[in-house]
Design a binder for this molecule. Structure first.
Ligand code: MSP
Length: 516
Protein backbone atom coordinates (compact mmCIF):
# COMPACT_ATOMS: atom_id res chain seq x y z
CA UNK A 1 0.00 0.00 0.00
CA UNK A 2 1.38 3.44 -0.88
CA UNK A 3 1.95 5.75 2.06
CA UNK A 4 1.03 9.40 2.32
CA UNK A 5 2.67 11.41 5.10
CA UNK A 6 1.38 14.95 5.53
CA UNK A 7 1.97 17.53 8.23
CA UNK A 8 0.72 20.90 9.47
CA UNK A 9 2.86 23.42 11.34
CA UNK A 10 2.93 23.00 15.10
CA UNK A 11 0.91 25.85 16.51
CA UNK A 12 2.25 28.10 19.23
CA UNK A 13 0.26 27.68 22.39
CA UNK A 14 0.44 31.29 23.56
CA UNK A 15 -3.24 31.77 22.76
CA UNK A 16 -6.32 29.97 21.46
CA UNK A 17 -6.56 28.85 17.80
CA UNK A 18 -8.09 31.19 15.24
CA UNK A 19 -9.33 30.85 11.68
CA UNK A 20 -5.79 31.02 10.23
CA UNK A 21 -4.71 27.94 12.18
CA UNK A 22 -7.87 26.10 11.26
CA UNK A 23 -7.27 26.88 7.57
CA UNK A 24 -4.11 24.77 7.39
CA UNK A 25 -5.68 21.90 9.30
CA UNK A 26 -8.84 21.86 7.20
CA UNK A 27 -6.77 21.79 4.00
CA UNK A 28 -4.61 18.97 5.32
CA UNK A 29 -7.70 17.11 6.49
CA UNK A 30 -9.27 17.38 3.03
CA UNK A 31 -6.11 16.03 1.41
CA UNK A 32 -5.82 13.22 3.93
CA UNK A 33 -9.43 12.17 3.40
CA UNK A 34 -8.90 12.18 -0.35
CA UNK A 35 -5.78 9.99 -0.11
CA UNK A 36 -7.60 7.62 2.25
CA UNK A 37 -10.32 7.35 -0.40
CA UNK A 38 -7.59 6.49 -2.87
CA UNK A 39 -6.59 3.63 -0.59
CA UNK A 40 -3.31 5.10 0.70
CA UNK A 41 -1.87 4.45 4.14
CA UNK A 42 -2.23 8.06 5.33
CA UNK A 43 -0.38 9.55 8.28
CA UNK A 44 -1.64 13.03 9.08
CA UNK A 45 0.26 14.71 11.88
CA UNK A 46 -0.48 17.99 13.60
CA UNK A 47 0.42 19.31 17.04
CA UNK A 48 1.69 22.14 19.17
CA UNK A 49 4.90 24.12 19.52
CA UNK A 50 5.25 24.69 23.23
CA UNK A 51 8.69 26.05 24.07
CA UNK A 52 10.33 29.45 23.72
CA UNK A 53 10.18 32.97 24.98
CA UNK A 54 6.82 33.82 23.47
CA UNK A 55 5.10 30.97 25.35
CA UNK A 56 7.04 31.65 28.52
CA UNK A 57 5.93 35.29 28.49
CA UNK A 58 2.32 34.29 27.86
CA UNK A 59 2.45 31.91 30.84
CA UNK A 60 3.99 34.57 33.10
CA UNK A 61 1.40 37.09 31.96
CA UNK A 62 -1.30 34.67 33.14
CA UNK A 63 0.22 34.81 36.61
CA UNK A 64 2.14 31.53 36.47
CA UNK A 65 5.67 31.39 37.81
CA UNK A 66 8.81 30.28 36.01
CA UNK A 67 8.78 26.48 36.07
CA UNK A 68 4.96 26.34 35.79
CA UNK A 69 4.81 26.82 32.02
CA UNK A 70 3.69 23.23 31.46
CA UNK A 71 0.46 23.88 33.40
CA UNK A 72 -0.31 26.79 31.10
CA UNK A 73 0.43 24.95 27.83
CA UNK A 74 -1.54 21.87 28.92
CA UNK A 75 -4.68 24.01 29.01
CA UNK A 76 -4.16 25.70 25.66
CA UNK A 77 -3.37 22.39 23.95
CA UNK A 78 -6.88 21.26 24.86
CA UNK A 79 -8.42 24.21 23.01
CA UNK A 80 -6.57 23.11 19.84
CA UNK A 81 -7.55 19.45 20.18
CA UNK A 82 -11.11 20.46 20.92
CA UNK A 83 -11.33 22.65 17.83
CA UNK A 84 -9.95 19.93 15.55
CA UNK A 85 -12.57 17.50 16.82
CA UNK A 86 -15.32 20.09 16.41
CA UNK A 87 -14.45 20.84 12.79
CA UNK A 88 -13.99 17.23 11.68
CA UNK A 89 -10.20 17.39 11.44
CA UNK A 90 -9.29 13.73 11.64
CA UNK A 91 -5.56 13.64 12.34
CA UNK A 92 -3.68 10.40 12.94
CA UNK A 93 -1.27 11.80 15.50
CA UNK A 94 -0.94 14.87 17.68
CA UNK A 95 2.61 15.76 18.65
CA UNK A 96 3.59 18.13 21.45
CA UNK A 97 7.14 19.44 21.61
CA UNK A 98 7.04 18.82 25.36
CA UNK A 99 6.59 15.05 24.75
CA UNK A 100 9.47 13.02 26.20
CA UNK A 101 10.38 11.16 23.02
CA UNK A 102 10.51 14.45 21.10
CA UNK A 103 12.82 16.01 23.68
CA UNK A 104 15.11 12.98 23.44
CA UNK A 105 15.05 13.09 19.65
CA UNK A 106 16.11 16.77 19.66
CA UNK A 107 18.94 15.98 22.06
CA UNK A 108 20.17 12.98 20.04
CA UNK A 109 20.22 15.18 16.94
CA UNK A 110 22.05 18.02 18.69
CA UNK A 111 24.65 15.59 20.03
CA UNK A 112 25.21 14.07 16.61
CA UNK A 113 25.56 17.43 14.87
CA UNK A 114 27.89 18.68 17.62
CA UNK A 115 30.13 15.62 17.51
CA UNK A 116 30.36 15.85 13.75
CA UNK A 117 31.47 19.48 13.92
CA UNK A 118 28.26 21.04 12.60
CA UNK A 119 27.69 23.05 15.78
CA UNK A 120 30.08 25.54 17.36
CA UNK A 121 29.99 28.29 20.01
CA UNK A 122 30.51 32.02 19.51
CA UNK A 123 29.24 35.39 20.68
CA UNK A 124 25.96 36.33 19.05
CA UNK A 125 25.62 40.00 18.33
CA UNK A 126 22.36 40.73 16.61
CA UNK A 127 18.63 41.03 17.01
CA UNK A 128 15.76 38.83 18.13
CA UNK A 129 12.05 39.13 17.43
CA UNK A 130 10.12 37.43 20.25
CA UNK A 131 6.67 37.37 18.56
CA UNK A 132 8.26 35.67 15.51
CA UNK A 133 10.87 33.80 17.57
CA UNK A 134 13.42 34.72 14.90
CA UNK A 135 17.01 35.98 14.90
CA UNK A 136 17.94 38.85 12.57
CA UNK A 137 21.31 40.31 11.65
CA UNK A 138 22.13 44.04 11.67
CA UNK A 139 21.75 44.13 7.91
CA UNK A 140 18.34 42.43 8.05
CA UNK A 141 16.92 44.52 10.87
CA UNK A 142 14.75 47.37 9.69
CA UNK A 143 16.01 50.19 11.96
CA UNK A 144 15.52 47.97 15.01
CA UNK A 145 12.18 46.66 13.72
CA UNK A 146 11.43 43.09 12.62
CA UNK A 147 11.50 42.89 8.80
CA UNK A 148 8.55 40.44 8.97
CA UNK A 149 6.14 41.73 11.59
CA UNK A 150 7.53 45.29 11.98
CA UNK A 151 7.57 45.01 15.77
CA UNK A 152 10.43 46.18 17.99
CA UNK A 153 13.47 43.84 17.96
CA UNK A 154 15.61 43.10 20.99
CA UNK A 155 19.36 43.60 20.79
CA UNK A 156 21.31 40.51 21.86
CA UNK A 157 24.96 40.23 22.76
CA UNK A 158 25.55 36.81 24.28
CA UNK A 159 27.43 33.57 23.86
CA UNK A 160 25.49 30.97 21.90
CA UNK A 161 25.71 27.82 19.83
CA UNK A 162 25.54 28.02 16.06
CA UNK A 163 24.65 25.52 13.37
CA UNK A 164 26.89 25.70 10.28
CA UNK A 165 24.14 26.42 7.79
CA UNK A 166 26.43 28.45 5.54
CA UNK A 167 28.28 25.29 4.48
CA UNK A 168 25.19 23.88 2.84
CA UNK A 169 24.05 26.88 0.82
CA UNK A 170 25.17 25.53 -2.56
CA UNK A 171 23.70 22.12 -1.88
CA UNK A 172 20.35 23.75 -1.06
CA UNK A 173 20.33 25.95 -4.17
CA UNK A 174 21.01 22.86 -6.30
CA UNK A 175 18.32 20.90 -4.53
CA UNK A 176 15.69 23.61 -5.03
CA UNK A 177 16.61 24.01 -8.69
CA UNK A 178 16.67 20.34 -9.53
CA UNK A 179 13.42 19.44 -7.71
CA UNK A 180 10.62 21.55 -9.17
CA UNK A 181 8.06 20.10 -6.74
CA UNK A 182 10.15 20.90 -3.65
CA UNK A 183 8.70 24.36 -2.97
CA UNK A 184 5.19 25.18 -4.11
CA UNK A 185 3.60 27.37 -5.43
CA UNK A 186 6.34 28.31 -7.92
CA UNK A 187 6.35 31.97 -6.91
CA UNK A 188 7.32 30.86 -3.40
CA UNK A 189 10.22 28.86 -4.82
CA UNK A 190 11.46 32.01 -6.51
CA UNK A 191 11.16 33.85 -3.23
CA UNK A 192 13.42 31.27 -1.56
CA UNK A 193 15.92 31.35 -4.42
CA UNK A 194 15.97 35.13 -4.11
CA UNK A 195 16.75 34.83 -0.42
CA UNK A 196 19.53 32.34 -1.20
CA UNK A 197 21.27 34.90 -3.42
CA UNK A 198 22.57 36.49 -0.20
CA UNK A 199 25.16 34.54 1.81
CA UNK A 200 23.42 32.17 4.21
CA UNK A 201 24.40 32.94 7.81
CA UNK A 202 25.00 30.23 10.40
CA UNK A 203 21.91 29.72 12.54
CA UNK A 204 21.94 30.55 16.23
CA UNK A 205 20.34 27.49 17.83
CA UNK A 206 20.52 28.15 21.56
CA UNK A 207 19.31 30.56 24.24
CA UNK A 208 21.23 30.96 27.51
CA UNK A 209 19.13 29.69 30.43
CA UNK A 210 20.01 32.83 32.33
CA UNK A 211 17.88 34.73 29.82
CA UNK A 212 15.24 32.15 28.92
CA UNK A 213 14.93 28.66 30.35
CA UNK A 214 11.68 27.30 28.87
CA UNK A 215 13.13 24.96 26.27
CA UNK A 216 14.95 21.69 25.62
CA UNK A 217 18.28 21.59 27.39
CA UNK A 218 21.32 21.43 25.10
CA UNK A 219 22.74 17.97 25.92
CA UNK A 220 26.39 19.08 25.83
CA UNK A 221 25.97 22.33 27.77
CA UNK A 222 23.49 22.55 30.66
CA UNK A 223 23.57 26.34 30.64
CA UNK A 224 21.61 26.54 27.42
CA UNK A 225 18.27 25.53 25.97
CA UNK A 226 17.53 24.87 22.29
CA UNK A 227 16.23 27.66 20.06
CA UNK A 228 12.51 26.97 19.61
CA UNK A 229 12.55 26.64 15.80
CA UNK A 230 15.40 24.13 15.85
CA UNK A 231 13.39 22.13 18.40
CA UNK A 232 10.04 22.41 16.63
CA UNK A 233 11.11 21.51 13.08
CA UNK A 234 12.44 18.20 14.34
CA UNK A 235 8.84 17.15 15.13
CA UNK A 236 8.39 16.12 11.51
CA UNK A 237 10.78 13.22 12.04
CA UNK A 238 10.53 12.61 15.81
CA UNK A 239 6.74 12.17 15.47
CA UNK A 240 7.20 9.24 13.09
CA UNK A 241 9.88 7.56 15.17
CA UNK A 242 13.28 9.17 14.62
CA UNK A 243 15.41 7.76 16.18
CA UNK A 244 13.42 5.52 18.58
CA UNK A 245 11.38 3.61 15.96
CA UNK A 246 13.41 3.61 12.77
CA UNK A 247 11.16 1.07 11.04
CA UNK A 248 8.19 3.45 11.30
CA UNK A 249 10.37 6.39 10.37
CA UNK A 250 11.54 4.62 7.21
CA UNK A 251 7.99 3.69 6.34
CA UNK A 252 6.75 7.30 6.28
CA UNK A 253 9.76 9.50 5.52
CA UNK A 254 10.20 11.54 3.35
CA UNK A 255 7.04 13.52 4.07
CA UNK A 256 4.88 13.90 0.98
CA UNK A 257 3.78 17.37 2.04
CA UNK A 258 4.61 19.89 4.71
CA UNK A 259 1.73 22.35 4.47
CA UNK A 260 2.56 25.71 6.03
CA UNK A 261 1.62 29.37 5.88
CA UNK A 262 3.72 31.75 3.80
CA UNK A 263 5.05 33.40 6.97
CA UNK A 264 7.15 30.38 7.89
CA UNK A 265 8.50 29.50 4.47
CA UNK A 266 12.12 30.37 5.20
CA UNK A 267 12.24 28.21 8.32
CA UNK A 268 10.84 25.25 6.37
CA UNK A 269 12.50 25.68 3.00
CA UNK A 270 15.93 26.78 4.23
CA UNK A 271 16.67 25.78 7.85
CA UNK A 272 14.83 22.45 7.75
CA UNK A 273 16.27 20.86 4.58
CA UNK A 274 19.76 21.93 5.65
CA UNK A 275 19.29 20.39 9.10
CA UNK A 276 18.14 17.17 7.47
CA UNK A 277 20.96 17.17 4.97
CA UNK A 278 23.55 17.62 7.73
CA UNK A 279 21.97 14.61 9.44
CA UNK A 280 22.17 12.54 6.27
CA UNK A 281 18.37 12.46 5.89
CA UNK A 282 16.66 13.29 2.61
CA UNK A 283 14.45 16.41 2.44
CA UNK A 284 10.63 16.29 2.31
CA UNK A 285 9.06 15.95 -1.14
CA UNK A 286 7.01 19.15 -1.15
CA UNK A 287 6.72 22.19 1.05
CA UNK A 288 3.54 24.03 0.13
CA UNK A 289 3.05 27.55 1.51
CA UNK A 290 -0.51 28.85 1.52
CA UNK A 291 -1.58 32.47 1.79
CA UNK A 292 -3.02 34.43 4.67
CA UNK A 293 -6.53 35.35 5.66
CA UNK A 294 -6.80 39.04 6.42
CA UNK A 295 -9.72 41.06 7.78
CA UNK A 296 -10.57 44.35 6.05
CA UNK A 297 -7.07 44.35 4.56
CA UNK A 298 -5.38 43.91 7.95
CA UNK A 299 -3.56 41.05 9.65
CA UNK A 300 -5.56 39.54 12.51
CA UNK A 301 -4.21 40.46 15.89
CA UNK A 302 -5.42 40.50 19.47
CA UNK A 303 -4.45 44.13 19.90
CA UNK A 304 -6.58 45.16 16.90
CA UNK A 305 -9.43 43.03 18.23
CA UNK A 306 -10.10 41.59 14.77
CA UNK A 307 -9.30 37.94 15.46
CA UNK A 308 -11.90 35.64 13.90
CA UNK A 309 -12.98 32.85 16.25
CA UNK A 310 -13.81 29.58 14.49
CA UNK A 311 -16.19 28.35 17.21
CA UNK A 312 -18.58 31.28 16.81
CA UNK A 313 -18.71 30.82 13.03
CA UNK A 314 -19.35 27.10 13.36
CA UNK A 315 -22.20 27.80 15.74
CA UNK A 316 -23.77 30.26 13.32
CA UNK A 317 -23.19 28.52 9.98
CA UNK A 318 -22.19 24.93 10.69
CA UNK A 319 -18.94 23.00 10.23
CA UNK A 320 -19.50 22.19 6.58
CA UNK A 321 -20.15 25.75 5.51
CA UNK A 322 -17.05 26.91 7.40
CA UNK A 323 -14.81 24.30 5.79
CA UNK A 324 -16.35 24.84 2.37
CA UNK A 325 -15.96 28.60 2.47
CA UNK A 326 -12.27 28.52 3.40
CA UNK A 327 -11.33 26.07 0.67
CA UNK A 328 -13.66 27.41 -2.05
CA UNK A 329 -13.38 31.16 -1.69
CA UNK A 330 -9.65 31.56 -2.31
CA UNK A 331 -7.25 29.60 -4.45
CA UNK A 332 -4.93 27.76 -2.04
CA UNK A 333 -1.62 29.61 -2.09
CA UNK A 334 -3.08 33.11 -2.40
CA UNK A 335 -4.18 35.53 0.31
CA UNK A 336 -7.87 35.99 1.07
CA UNK A 337 -10.07 38.52 2.77
CA UNK A 338 -12.39 37.06 5.35
CA UNK A 339 -15.80 38.56 5.89
CA UNK A 340 -18.99 37.10 7.23
CA UNK A 341 -20.94 38.77 4.43
CA UNK A 342 -19.05 36.82 1.75
CA UNK A 343 -19.43 33.63 3.76
CA UNK A 344 -23.20 34.17 3.83
CA UNK A 345 -23.29 34.90 0.09
CA UNK A 346 -21.43 31.66 -0.69
CA UNK A 347 -23.57 29.74 1.76
CA UNK A 348 -26.84 30.94 0.27
CA UNK A 349 -25.83 30.51 -3.35
CA UNK A 350 -23.68 27.36 -3.38
CA UNK A 351 -24.90 25.41 -0.38
CA UNK A 352 -28.54 26.42 0.16
CA UNK A 353 -29.55 27.18 -3.42
CA UNK A 354 -27.50 24.78 -5.49
CA UNK A 355 -26.66 21.69 -3.44
CA UNK A 356 -29.32 21.84 -0.72
CA UNK A 357 -32.07 22.53 -3.20
CA UNK A 358 -30.99 19.76 -5.57
CA UNK A 359 -31.14 17.23 -2.76
CA UNK A 360 -34.42 18.53 -1.44
CA UNK A 361 -36.34 18.69 -4.68
CA UNK A 362 -35.01 15.33 -5.88
CA UNK A 363 -36.06 13.56 -2.69
CA UNK A 364 -39.42 15.34 -2.67
CA UNK A 365 -40.10 14.01 -6.17
CA UNK A 366 -38.98 10.50 -5.23
CA UNK A 367 -41.49 10.61 -2.36
CA UNK A 368 -44.22 12.05 -4.48
CA UNK A 369 -43.89 9.87 -7.57
CA UNK A 370 -42.23 6.67 -6.31
CA UNK A 371 -43.33 6.23 -2.70
CA UNK A 372 -39.92 7.30 -1.45
CA UNK A 373 -38.09 4.43 -3.14
CA UNK A 374 -35.22 4.53 -5.64
CA UNK A 375 -37.05 3.95 -8.95
CA UNK A 376 -36.20 1.16 -11.31
CA UNK A 377 -34.82 2.29 -14.65
CA UNK A 378 -36.50 0.67 -17.59
CA UNK A 379 -34.78 1.30 -20.88
CA UNK A 380 -31.92 3.75 -21.42
CA UNK A 381 -31.25 6.80 -19.32
CA UNK A 382 -30.66 8.54 -22.64
CA UNK A 383 -34.47 8.56 -22.93
CA UNK A 384 -34.18 11.77 -20.97
CA UNK A 385 -32.42 14.53 -22.83
CA UNK A 386 -29.47 15.82 -20.85
CA UNK A 387 -29.20 12.76 -18.55
CA UNK A 388 -26.20 11.36 -20.44
CA UNK A 389 -24.36 14.64 -20.05
CA UNK A 390 -25.03 14.57 -16.30
CA UNK A 391 -23.74 11.00 -16.07
CA UNK A 392 -20.56 11.76 -18.04
CA UNK A 393 -19.82 14.86 -15.97
CA UNK A 394 -20.53 13.10 -12.69
CA UNK A 395 -18.29 10.09 -13.24
CA UNK A 396 -15.51 12.34 -14.52
CA UNK A 397 -15.30 13.84 -11.00
CA UNK A 398 -13.01 10.96 -9.97
CA UNK A 399 -10.43 12.15 -12.50
CA UNK A 400 -11.00 15.78 -11.63
CA UNK A 401 -10.22 15.00 -8.00
CA UNK A 402 -7.24 12.90 -9.01
CA UNK A 403 -5.79 15.78 -11.01
CA UNK A 404 -6.60 18.63 -8.65
CA UNK A 405 -5.91 17.26 -5.17
CA UNK A 406 -2.16 16.55 -5.57
CA UNK A 407 -1.90 20.16 -6.83
CA UNK A 408 -3.91 21.37 -3.80
CA UNK A 409 -6.34 23.00 -6.20
CA UNK A 410 -9.30 22.78 -3.83
CA UNK A 411 -11.19 25.77 -5.25
CA UNK A 412 -10.77 24.41 -8.79
CA UNK A 413 -12.15 20.95 -8.07
CA UNK A 414 -15.00 22.34 -5.96
CA UNK A 415 -16.05 24.44 -8.91
CA UNK A 416 -16.05 21.26 -11.07
CA UNK A 417 -18.27 19.53 -8.50
CA UNK A 418 -20.60 22.53 -8.57
CA UNK A 419 -20.73 22.28 -12.33
CA UNK A 420 -22.25 18.81 -11.89
CA UNK A 421 -24.69 20.14 -9.28
CA UNK A 422 -25.76 22.89 -11.64
CA UNK A 423 -26.08 20.46 -14.54
CA UNK A 424 -28.41 18.34 -12.37
CA UNK A 425 -30.50 21.37 -11.39
CA UNK A 426 -30.73 22.38 -15.03
CA UNK A 427 -31.80 18.88 -15.98
CA UNK A 428 -34.77 19.22 -13.63
CA UNK A 429 -35.74 22.55 -15.18
CA UNK A 430 -35.36 21.25 -18.73
CA UNK A 431 -37.02 17.87 -18.38
CA UNK A 432 -39.95 19.09 -16.25
CA UNK A 433 -40.68 16.00 -14.18
CA UNK A 434 -44.06 17.41 -13.13
CA UNK A 435 -45.08 17.41 -16.81
CA UNK A 436 -43.71 13.87 -17.31
CA UNK A 437 -45.90 12.77 -14.41
CA UNK A 438 -48.97 14.46 -15.85
CA UNK A 439 -48.32 12.87 -19.24
CA UNK A 440 -47.91 9.49 -17.48
CA UNK A 441 -44.41 9.02 -18.89
CA UNK A 442 -43.45 6.77 -15.98
CA UNK A 443 -40.31 5.24 -17.54
CA UNK A 444 -38.84 8.62 -18.37
CA UNK A 445 -39.70 9.94 -14.95
CA UNK A 446 -38.04 6.92 -13.30
CA UNK A 447 -34.99 7.31 -15.48
CA UNK A 448 -34.72 11.01 -14.72
CA UNK A 449 -35.02 10.56 -10.97
CA UNK A 450 -32.58 7.69 -10.93
CA UNK A 451 -30.06 9.89 -12.76
CA UNK A 452 -30.54 12.67 -10.24
CA UNK A 453 -30.20 10.33 -7.27
CA UNK A 454 -27.12 8.68 -8.73
CA UNK A 455 -25.56 12.07 -9.48
CA UNK A 456 -26.26 13.04 -5.86
CA UNK A 457 -24.54 9.87 -4.66
CA UNK A 458 -21.45 10.78 -6.69
CA UNK A 459 -21.61 14.41 -5.56
CA UNK A 460 -21.84 13.35 -1.92
CA UNK A 461 -18.72 11.22 -2.31
CA UNK A 462 -16.85 13.95 -4.15
CA UNK A 463 -17.52 16.52 -1.44
CA UNK A 464 -16.49 14.08 1.30
CA UNK A 465 -12.89 15.38 1.65
CA UNK A 466 -14.21 18.94 2.07
CA UNK A 467 -17.48 18.46 3.95
CA UNK A 468 -17.45 15.04 5.57
CA UNK A 469 -20.56 15.56 7.64
CA UNK A 470 -22.67 16.94 4.79
CA UNK A 471 -21.46 14.01 2.70
CA UNK A 472 -22.60 11.55 5.38
CA UNK A 473 -25.93 13.26 5.72
CA UNK A 474 -26.61 13.19 1.96
CA UNK A 475 -25.70 9.49 1.83
CA UNK A 476 -28.08 8.76 4.71
CA UNK A 477 -30.86 10.69 2.97
CA UNK A 478 -30.23 8.71 -0.21
CA UNK A 479 -30.76 5.58 1.85
CA UNK A 480 -27.15 4.38 1.53
CA UNK A 481 -26.30 2.19 4.48
CA UNK A 482 -22.56 1.64 3.88
CA UNK A 483 -20.04 3.48 6.00
CA UNK A 484 -18.94 6.71 4.29
CA UNK A 485 -15.43 6.31 5.69
CA UNK A 486 -15.03 3.12 3.70
CA UNK A 487 -16.04 4.66 0.38
CA UNK A 488 -13.34 4.71 -2.25
CA UNK A 489 -12.54 6.94 -5.17
CA UNK A 490 -13.49 4.05 -7.44
CA UNK A 491 -17.09 4.39 -6.17
CA UNK A 492 -17.26 7.75 -7.95
CA UNK A 493 -16.26 6.30 -11.29
CA UNK A 494 -19.04 3.75 -11.50
CA UNK A 495 -22.55 4.80 -12.46
CA UNK A 496 -25.47 2.77 -11.17
CA UNK A 497 -24.49 1.86 -7.63
CA UNK A 498 -27.76 2.96 -6.00
CA UNK A 499 -29.97 -0.02 -5.33
CA UNK A 500 -33.40 0.04 -6.88
CA UNK A 501 -36.25 0.07 -4.36
CA UNK A 502 -34.01 1.28 -1.51
CA UNK A 503 -35.93 3.67 0.72
CA UNK A 504 -34.74 7.29 0.77
CA UNK A 505 -34.91 9.30 4.01
CA UNK A 506 -35.65 12.90 3.30
CA UNK A 507 -34.90 14.96 6.37
CA UNK A 508 -34.86 18.66 7.16
CA UNK A 509 -32.95 20.91 4.72
CA UNK A 510 -29.21 20.41 4.94
CA UNK A 511 -28.41 24.07 4.38
CA UNK A 512 -31.41 26.24 5.33
CA UNK A 513 -31.19 29.67 3.73
CA UNK A 514 -29.77 32.42 5.89
CA UNK A 515 -31.94 35.53 5.86
CA UNK A 516 -29.88 38.67 6.23
N1 MSP B 1 5.14 27.42 15.81
C1 MSP B 1 5.39 27.92 14.51
C2 MSP B 1 5.42 26.81 13.50
C3 MSP B 1 6.40 25.71 13.79
S1 MSP B 1 6.30 24.42 12.63
C4 MSP B 1 7.52 23.40 13.01
C5 MSP B 1 4.31 28.93 14.14
N2 MSP B 1 3.15 28.84 14.81
S2 MSP B 1 1.89 29.82 14.64
O1 MSP B 1 0.91 29.33 15.55
O2 MSP B 1 2.31 31.17 14.81
O3 MSP B 1 1.39 29.75 13.19
C6 MSP B 1 1.32 28.56 12.50
C7 MSP B 1 0.60 28.69 11.19
O4 MSP B 1 -0.73 29.18 11.35
C8 MSP B 1 1.10 29.60 10.11
O5 MSP B 1 2.14 29.23 9.37
C9 MSP B 1 -0.06 29.50 9.20
O6 MSP B 1 -0.02 28.20 8.67
C10 MSP B 1 -1.20 29.60 10.11
N3 MSP B 1 -1.69 30.96 10.20
C11 MSP B 1 -1.64 31.80 11.28
N4 MSP B 1 -2.32 32.93 10.97
C12 MSP B 1 -2.81 32.86 9.72
C13 MSP B 1 -3.70 33.64 8.95
N5 MSP B 1 -4.16 34.80 9.35
N6 MSP B 1 -4.09 33.13 7.77
C14 MSP B 1 -3.72 31.90 7.34
N7 MSP B 1 -2.91 31.15 8.04
C15 MSP B 1 -2.25 31.67 9.13
O7 MSP B 1 4.54 29.73 13.27
Amino acid sequence: MSKFYITTPLYYVNSKPHIGHSYTNIAVDALSRFYRMKGYDVFFMTGTDEHGEKIERAALAKGLKEGEEKKFVDEIVLTFKNLWHKIDVQYDYFIRTTDDYHIKSVQVILDKLYKEGNIYKKIYKGWFCTPCETFWSDAQSDDGLCPDCKRQLEKLDEENYFFKMSEYQNWLIDHVNSNPAFIKPDFRKNEVLGFLKEPLLDLCISRPKSRMSWGIEIPFDKNFVTYVWFDALINYISGIGYPHDMARFKKYWPADFHIIGKDILRHHAVYWPVMLHALGIEPPNTIFAHGWWVVKGEKMSKSKGNVIEPLKLIEDYGIDAYRYFLLREVSFGLDGTFSEETLILRYNSDLANDLGNLLNRTLTMVEKYFEGKVPEVKGQSSNVKGAEELKTKAISLAEELNDAMPQLDFAGVLSKIWDVINTANKLIEDSKPWALSKEKKADELASLLYSLLEALRIISLSIYPFMPSASRSIMAQLGIKEDTEKMKLADIKVWGRLKTAAKVNKSKPLFPRIET
